[in-house]
Write a protein that binds this ligand. Structure first.
Ligand code: ADQ
Length: 458
């Protein structure tokens, strides 16, 4: 394969020793870029002076060149906090009630995509393969084509693709839909997302799937496919195995004094169903009073996108709810919910997954959900915990040996918690093995390679 160019909103730069930041996606893309003398372009995360954008800042680390651009305050407000995170994110997660469309933000979104195309164009060589990531950059291929780019360009959507009636409620949905037809490969996490995309094209009278992964839309033929993203399974298993002596894990275990741990780990985001989860845990305790004082929900939730008003409101709502449950059911020596807003290191995280009897992963809607996969990979093979997983996470398509629940149905989640905590070891091992087999085959490297193989296939 020729040189690979990856374009994403943010670029996970390696540390001063050249090691990529932890996290399967960053590691897999870095390894693909290393192999192909790659280039990774994106936003630096910095705000430039009011109107002036300096040229790309480039640095080479190992075999990889990183090309970063700053954005103006207006760009960040309109493109990132605006159209991407207040229109596309809620709409694609079926939260039309939270979608705040404004024309200025849409034009900011396109302005930044044009800026990316202008900055990237001079760096592209004829045989380069370009891989664009996620909802921030849907129009990029179209902008590159307008500038004469004839290279192979692939796109991967990390969030779900919504059903047609939801997409069509978004003003300018047609421009977004058409933008995808400029790619040579459009990848989704699951077949459901791909079917939703095809249904949008069909209802719009704009195109159809042709079979053999091919799609015809807006006068172009391109490939489409489902590529379920995954984790670095072997590495996660190894880290979890070494985590017993991690000080945070040891202290947490000691502080539980033998009571059962249920764990939830998510960015603070309304798509993750955190308030419904705490409500379900509350109901579980009310329904199973013998579990009072003997079960703790640890909810680890770093804040995210705090400049978007819905996220600030949510932070308040979750903290209040956790406080209310603790006030109502807690005792001097036991708090039912431990709620923290911190990011944890990989080893601590893996170790906490391992000591938790239940992984409670209940998003209202999620493209994939890597926490579910990490929880499974971190378990002790001879005595694994139980994964309770939302049907509306892309991960549920593969991890169907989890206890699958509807996150809108508090009673079913509460019942699943009791089933999980009282599940015999043989049943836990059987469910875990079935899931682990899939994770060992479909790890993040497999995901990366299969996307690139499909993109470069004739
Ligand atoms: P996210 O919405 O961020 O990703 P997810 O897939 O669960 O959701 O990934 C979160 C990652 O952050 C996991 O690797 C997790 O370990 C880490 N993380 C979360 N809380 C943490 C904490 N407190 N400390 C340390 N690490 C923490 C988007 C989509 C998903 C899709 C991914 C990848 O929304 O559906 O699975 O991209 O495509």
């Amino acid at each position: 394969m020729s040189r690979l160019i990856v374009v994403s909103n943010r670029v996970p730069l390696p540390d001063k020793n050249g090691n990529p930041p932890p996290g399967g996606l960053a590691i897999a893309l870095h390894s693909a870029l290393q192999k192909h003398n790659g280039l990774w372009m994106g936003w630096s995360g910095k705000q430039s002076a009011e109107t002036y954008i300096p040229p790309l800042s480039s640095q080479r680390i190992g075999n990889i060149e990183y090309a970063l651009t700053d954005l103006t305050k207006k760009d960040i407000a309109e493109y990132y906090n605006g159209f991407a995170n207040r229109v596309l994110w809620p709409t694609f997660h079926c939260r039309l009630d939270l979608s705040e469309y404004a024309r200025s933000e849409m034009s900011g979104y396109y302005r930044v995509n044009r800026l990316f195309a202008d900055l990237l164009m001079p760096l592209i060589e004829p045989d380069d393969i370009i891989w664009v990531h996620d909802y921030h950059l849907i129009p990029l291929a179209e902008e590159l084509r307008i500038r004469g780019c004839a290279n192979r360009i692939g796109f991967f959507l990390h969030i779900p693709w919504p059903p047609a009636d939801i997409l069509f409620a978004m003003p300018v949905y047609d421009v977004i839909l058409r933008g995808l037809s400029s790619y040579d490969l459009v990848g989704f996490h699951t077949r459901y997302d791909l079917d939703n995309f095809a249904e949008c094209l069909r209802r719009e009278g704009a195109g159809e799937l042709l079979g053999n992964d091919l799609c015809r839309a807006y006068g172009r033929v391109f490939r489409c496919g489902a590529f379920p993203i995954s984790i670095d399974t072997a590495e996660f298993e190894r880290v979890a195995g070494d985590a017993a002596n991690d000080p945070l894990v040891a202290r947490t275990k000691a502080s539980l004094g033998g009571s059962d741990l249920v764990i939830g780990v998510d960015r603070l985001d309304y798509s993750k169903g955190i308030t419904q989860r705490i409500d379900a845990f509350h109901r579980f305790l009310q329904m199973n009073t013998m579990r009072m004082g003997r079960t703790t929900l640890l909810q680890v939730t770093p804040t995210s996108r705090s400049n978007v008003p819905e996220y600030a409101a949510m932070q308040k709502a979750v903290a209040e709810l956790a406080g209310r449950v603790n006030g109502e059911l807690g005792t001097v020596d036991w708090s039912p919910v431990r709620y923290i807003n911190q990011s944890l290191g990989r080893q601590s995280l893996a170790g906490l997954y391992r000591i938790a009897k239940v992984g409670l992963v209940t998003p209202l809607r999620d493209g994939m959900n890597l926490v579910a996969k990490e929880y499974v990979a971190a378990q002790r093979p001879e005595d694994p915990g139980v994964l309770i997983l939302s049907r509306f996470a892309g991960a549920a398509r593969e991890l169907d040996s989890a206890l699958l629940v509807n996150p809108y149905d508090l009673d079913s989640m509460a019942s699943a918690l009791e089933v999980a905590l009282s599940m015999p070891r043989d049943a836990r091992v059987e469910r875990w093995q079935a899931m682990m087999e899939k994770l060992r085959t479909n790890d993040i490297f497999h995901w990366c390679q299969s996307f690139l193989d499909t993109l470069t296939r004739d």
